[in-house]
Design a protein around this ligand. Structure first.
Ligand code: SF4
Ligand code: SF4
Length: 317
């Protein structure tokens, strides 16, 4: 089995055989960023910021919106892998500038800025060797032409830079999310492509806590899952607790871990209902095909009848 990597806020040069140098927390970098530096705001004018679930919680509170409104106004969706696992990035202007950037004052959400902004100019990479139980965190130094912070004579250890940027708090809340993504990656083809409903649930549980809370409080959810009353109390007005419940549910849905107790027979009932939904959708698709192109639909039906007839004959012989 090969090793797995998950890069969060930078892209590995896929076509190049030159790999970036991996740094440990003890490594020393030379960097300083401050208002008044000649490149002030240059990085925020070409922002490509991937958000974590904790980033969304901080930012939606900061701008005073529900998560659904925040997603609509401030983010764009993207897929993290070939299986369509969804993620969100900060929305920018057409020229690529972050909507939270102000020419004069810089970042208007500074104390709630996302993880990727805190890390810059460091890239964050989680790696798990096949024989290791837990992933390890590595860093790379991102040097971009526009960033003059590298020319500032300030040597600083990566661990001190992280403390200065208050990254540890963010890392603490991002940990389970990164583990989830890494586990999905490690499972590879054995897991297969998650069902569309599982991917929708992933999006809602990770990035839309206000909708996810309504889902968890719904009768449909309570009919399936046997959650302790204390959990309902905790998530009532606490988005972080809700986020952790979301990760528990996703481990159950994606990896079949028994992380949440289910009511007896709930799984069988759910499968039955899902089958009914699939059947209803199939019928609706056939009806739609008939309406769109009656001749093609007729041909398909004749072919299906022919096959069924031949099948019947073969079975008799
Ligand atoms: S959130 Fe703030 S720091 Fe991050 S790109 Fe936008 S303006 Fe820059
Ligand atoms: S030094 Fe780098 S991080 Fe700081 S404002 Fe300039 S471009 Fe952005």
């Amino acid at each position: 089995m090969s090793d797995d990597k998950f890069t969060f806020n930078f892209d590995l040069p896929e076509k190049s055989h030159i790999q970036p140098k991996l740094l440990t927390p003890d490594a020393v970098i030379n960097f300083r960023c401050y208002p008044g530096i000649s490149c002030y705001n240059a990085c925020c004018k070409c922002a490509d910021i991937t958000l974590t679930p904790y980033d969304v919680i901080r930012l939606k509170k900061r701008v005073g919106k529900t998560s659904t409104e925040f997603l609509k106004d401030h983010t764009v969706p993207f897929t993290m892998d070939a299986d369509g696992v969804p993620g969100v990035k900060l929305r920018t202007t057409d020229a690529g500038a972050c909507l939270f950037m102000d020419e004069k004052i810089g970042c208007t959400v500074y104390t709630d800025r996302p993880t990727a902004c805190r890390y810059y100019p460091l890239g964050n990479m989680a790696m798990k060797h096949a024989e290791q139980k837990h992933e390890q965190q590595h860093f790379v130094l991102i040097k971009e032409e526009h960033c003059k912070g590298h020319d500032e004579p300030r040597p600083i250890k990566i661990l001190d830079y992280r403390a200065e940027q208050n990254i540890e708090e963010y890392d603490g809340h991002n940990k389970e999310y990164f583990q989830l993504i890494l586990k999905k990656k490690s499972a590879g083809p054995a897991l297969g492509r998650p069902a569309p409903m599982s991917l929708q649930l992933f999006f809602m549980a990770c990035f839309d806590p206000d909708r996810f809370r309504r889902f968890v409080l719904s009768d449909a959810f309570k009919k399936n899952y046997d959650l302790e009353a204390s959990v309902y109390e905790k998530i009532a007005d606490n988005d972080i607790e809700l986020m952790y419940l979301g990760f528990r549910l996703l481990r159950q849905v994606l990896f079949a871990e028994a992380s949440i107790k289910e009511h007896e027979g709930a799984l069988e009932k759910r499968l039955e209902e899902r089958q009914e939904v699939i059947e209803m959708r199939r019928k609706a698709e056939i009806a739609q095909a008939r309406a769109n192109d009656p001749y093609q639909a007729y041909k398909a039906e004749v072919e299906a009848e022919d096959i069924a007839e031949k099948d019947k004959k073969n079975r008799k012989e």
